[in-house]
Design a protein around this ligand. Structure first.
Ligand SMILES: [Zn+2]
Ligand SMILES: [Zn+2]
Length: 346
């Protein structure tokens, strides 16, 4: 009887050890903004690192230095929610802390965009809506002097490390898996609906194309805008809203079907207002934790949230779950249940 009890407690200890090991498998999330230690107007870019080592760049935008930004490190996957300039990156920063948090100073990233520059330099897989992938594929070809092919998917997964940048085009609802060499499981990336637009600035077009469109003051739209659901190997399921107004799929597809437990929400006057954003989090998505990004205002000063910001109004209305600011250069770590485990949790 006693031996059996000892055996059981050994088993319990072993299970606890396995549990702890699994617990330590956090996803690391690092925002790359214009001003280290702050959350500023233009900040969108984020690096997600799965415990298996897969590294994903979400919406490079205007707050990075382009391909040579030392903060990027290895990038296996490039995601882009839609073609607007502040996401595709028609401009970039020349260095950190240029201009103010409210009005960062940027320089041109034409003719290629920060997204194309980075994907080309990092041999990344571009997982995004088809028309954007093809457009960026051409930009990458212009940079490298070689056509950009589609990503191979041996065994149904894209290998994290690629010899050249490649395209993994999807439509809304489409999904791709990216797997590190030797890993048991891959990271699943799914595009989801966003109530927005995906028109490209004429500045990124060829002169001939620009000319033909100028007469009518129109531009081209690169397919549907999207958000993403990213399912990491530790169980973390992140909803990247993209720019979007409120929509019912936040409840049905994102929460009920995908059961996300962390939301990265884009704020801003052309995305979602504070009260609508709080409703989306409290009533529709209901994640365990939230990260606030894309503020379109300087949110912090000395790393501390400013009063009278839309971000503050949003946070004050969110109930029952923590909201973390996407502070540039601060790495937050999340376990599989969407709980912040390190890097500034409170
Ligand atoms: Zn937009
Ligand atoms: Zn935007």
């Amino acid at each position: 009887m006693k031996a059996k009890r000892i055996a059981l407690s050994v088993l319990a200890l072993a299970l606890a050890a396995i549990g702890t090991a699994a617990f330590a498998q956090n996803v690391k999330i690092t925002p790359l903004g214009t001003h280290p230690g702050e959350l500023c107007d233009r900040d969108r870019a984020m690096i997600f690192e799965d415990p298996t080592g897969v590294r994903i760049l979400y919406d490079a935008g205007q707050s990075v230095m382009g391909a040579n930004d030392p903060r990027l490190g290895t990038v296996h996957v490039v995601l882009l929610s839609h073609a607007h300039t502040d996401h595709i990156g028609d401009r970039k920063i020349a260095g950190l802390n240029m201009g103010t948090c409210d009005k960062p100073e940027t320089v041109s990233a034409l003719p290629n965009s920060t997204t194309a520059e980075i994907a080309a330099a990092k041999n990344a897989s571009l997982i995004m809506i088809r028309n954007m992938a093809f457009f960026l594929g051409k930009k990458i070809e212009n940079i490298r002097g070689k056509p950009t092919g589609n990503c191979a998917e041996p065994g149904g997964a894209i290998a994290a490390v690629q010899a050249a940048p490649c395209l993994a085009p999807v439509e809304l609802g489409g999904s791709k898996i990216v797997k590190a060499a030797g890993a048991a499981n891959g990271v699943e990336i799914i595009t989801v609906y966003a109530s927005h637009d995906s028109t490209l600035t004429r500045d990124l077009l060829t002169d001939a194309q620009k000319k033909s469109l100028e007469a009518d003051n129109v531009s081209v739209t690169l397919g549907a805008p999207s958000g993403y659901v990213v399912k990491f190997t530790n169980g973390l399921r992140v909803y990247l809203t993209g720019d979007t107004g409120l929509h019912g799929e936040m409840r049905t597809v994102v929460r009920e079907f995908h059961r996300v437990n962390l939301a990265v929400i884009n704020m801003g006057t052309n995305a979602i207002q504070s009260d609508a954003a709080a409703y989306a989090i409290n009533e529709l998505v209901r994640p365990a934790s939230v990260i606030l990004s894309h503020p379109n205002e300087g949110v912090t000063s000395g790393g501390v949230i400013r009063a009278n910001t839309r971000a503050k109004a949003f946070i004050d209305q969110v109930k029952g779950r923590p909201v973390y600011l996407g502070i540039s250069g601060r790495t937050l770590e999340f376990d599989g249940s969407g709980t912040c485990m390190a890097g500034g949790c409170y």
